[in-house]
Design a protein around this ligand. Structure first.
Ligand code: TYC
Length: 112
């Protein structure tokens, strides 16, 4: 039986090389998370506008527009972030709402 003088591979061992060359290059980027704001009947509109300006860097017109989408549709995506940033935004909004005794809800959801 012939053995390759460098690799010492025999006739059957070529399959291993085939396997290695077929491994896909991994280019997976970290997942992104949508931050969602939910409607309720009690949180004042102006408070929600303030939240969107303060924590999501929106100007007054943009903030008012998104607040109205939440009010009419029940919820809206207010931003897309890494897991850590999304968690921080949710915590900041929930804490600010609770400290001001509003029932405003903010959640995050993994993007497809
Ligand atoms: N629905 C509220 C109201 O009529 C306003 C509101 C908007 C509340 C958006 C929450 O995420 C929200 N006062």
């Amino acid at each position: 039986m012939h053995l390759d003088p460098i690799t010492m591979a025999g006739p059957q061992d070529d399959d291993d090389i085939e396997l290695l060359t077929k491994v896909k290059p991994k280019t997976k980027r970290p997942p992104l998370y949508k931050v969602l704001l939910l409607n309720d009947d009690f949180t004042p509109m102006e408070f929600v506008v303030h939240v969107l300006e303060r924590f999501f860097g929106l100007n007054h017109a943009q903030a008012f527009e998104i607040m109205l989408v939440v009010h009419k549709k029940g919820l809206a995506v207010v931003g897309v972030f890494s897991h850590e940033i999304a968690e921080t935004k949710v915590a900041q909004v929930m804490d600010f709402a609770r400290r001001n005794q509003h029932p405003l809800q903010c959640t995050m959801e993994k993007e497809e």
